[in-house]
Write a protein that binds this ligand. Structure first.
Ligand SMILES: [Zn+2]
Length: 444
């Protein structure tokens, strides 16, 4: 984001010269009317109630939650009688309770839309025998949503369809979650850079891989469009009432609008006018529905360090016991590598209309959401800086390889030694330590 950096430096100069700079400096400024509020909440019921009021919950504590609230949502929370413990104002930097808010000075390593397209094209041209790129649809603002197809069978690559077991990785449903783009992009880079290594070659030869790193380019571009982050989450739908944006991860059509999303167009979790009202979610729906050889799906978000699985829209566990066990086993196994917390999404709070509920509910795909690092708003939140990119990717490489590996038959994770990556697998006890770390060491 070199342009962004130049603008930022320029504005620092202007504001410094004209004496307008007070505090915080440009890199700490967030251009939003959203408040980041802490509300007392002791259990899932409290959290779901807060979510239902239209707060987008980002941090869950044992006694409270932190989340974003527009002015109207804040009023609703105040009226509800819920106890507001913290009310952080991005403009003044006041109201936080957990220490200073720290934004990156230099984030040029993050990819904006043009840089993402360039990176994808470069990878494709260097690996044109096994990689194609295609647009799977246009956004509200007519940007292409790009998908990278990796398949070692020329015919499958040409057709865009394959009989091999498929795995789908996605990022950046939410605009400000820029790290959720970097990880799937780096996964593509890693797989292609290591395509001749025996283990990676075996995976690539036997699987059909799709990587869609930037589902919401309009929102991501909007978030960085002026040189200070806008803390933007949604897409850029003009709602026709002076507000913009639909929460794409509340717009999917399985259990849509049944909790944890909002009809208020100004809300950060606005669900849209109908299921799949948005071109971005339509594109993902149509793409996934046309590639049902995919048995696993991973949608990256930030932040909180969680491995989440359905259901998100209701408190019930996944009804089919064998499926439930697969979700739990996969989540626990992956969290053994990235050290995130594995749990059913609704254990945090109800959130209906997300990608994973739809992918599993409609198509039986074992679909996960990763909430990447950091752990909280107070050590970086959505803007942790580029310094953590490499660590977050390496934390999540093994989970990604494992997802690809089990795509042929996710139920095999319930059997002994289900995966070539898990030959020495030992059932985790408390304080879970995977015993196959050394075997996988060479993959880092
Ligand atoms: Zn998100």
């Amino acid at each position: 984001m070199k342009t962004f950096q130049r603008i930022a430096v320029l504005s620092t100069f202007i504001f410094t010269v004209t004496g307008f700079i007070t505090s915080p400096a440009w890199s700490h400024s967030i251009e939003t009317n959203m408040r980041y509020i802490q509300i007392a909440a002791r259990n899932k019921q409290d959290r779901s109630r807060i979510s239902n009021l239209g707060v987008s919950i980002e941090g869950v504590r044992s006694d409270s939650v932190w989340g974003f609230a527009s002015e109207s949502v804040l009023k609703r929370v105040q009226k509800s009688g819920l106890r507001i413990l913290g009310n952080f104002d991005f403009k003044t930097g006041r109201g936080g309770h957990e220490g200073a808010y720290d934004f990156p000075m230099k984030d040029e390593r993050f990819h904006n839309y043009a840089e993402t397209l360039a990176a994808l094209k470069e990878l494709q041209s260097k690996n044109s025998d096994i990689v194609t790129l295609q647009s799977i649809g246009k956004t509200v603002e007519k940007r292409d949503i790009m998908a990278m197809h990796i398949n070692t069978t020329p015919r499958a690559l040409k057709d865009g369809f394959s009989n091999k077991p498929g795995a789908i990785f996605m990022g950046n449903h939410h605009a400000r979650e820029h790290l959720s783009l970097e990880v799937p992009l780096m996964l593509a880079e890693y797989l292609l850079a290591h395509r001749a290594d025996a283990q990676i070659k075996a995976l690539l030869d036997s699987r059909d891989l799709w990587i869609i790193p930037m589902v919401n380019p309009d929102g991501a571009e909007w978030d960085i469009s002026t040189g200070s982050y806008k803390m933007w989450r949604k897409n850029r739908r003009d709602n026709g009432d002076g507000t913009f944006g639909v929460d794409l991860n509340r717009n999917y059509g399985h259990g849509w609008g049944t909790g944890g999303s909002d009809k208020d167009t100004s809300s950060d979790v606005y669900m849209g006018t109908s299921p799949f009202s948005e071109p971005e979610t339509q594109a993902i729906r149509d793409f996934v529905s046309a590639h049902l050889n995919a048995k696993v799906l991973l949608s990256f978000h930030t932040f909180s360090e969680l491995v989440l699985y359905p259901w998100g829209g209701k408190n019930d566990p996944v009804e089919k016991i064998e499926d439930r066990n697969v979700f739990i086993k996969m989540a626990k196994t992956m969290s053994g590598w990235n050290k995130y917390t594995p749990e059913q999404a609704s254990d945090l709070y109800i959130a209906s209309g997300d990608t994973t509920d739809w992918a599993y509910g409609e198509h039986g795909i074992f679909a996960f959401t990763f909430e990447l690092s950091p752990t909280s708003m107070w050590n970086g939140g959505f803007y942790p800086g580029q310094k953590i990119i490499d660590k977050v990717f390496s934390d999540n490489l093994k989970p990604c390889l494992y997802m690809i590996d089990v795509a042929d038959d996710p139920y095999k994770v319930l059997k002994n030694s289900p995966s070539r990556f898990l030959k020495n697998y030992v059932e985790p006890s408390d304080g879970y330590q995977p015993s196959f770390e050394t075997q996988l060491g060479s993959l880092n």
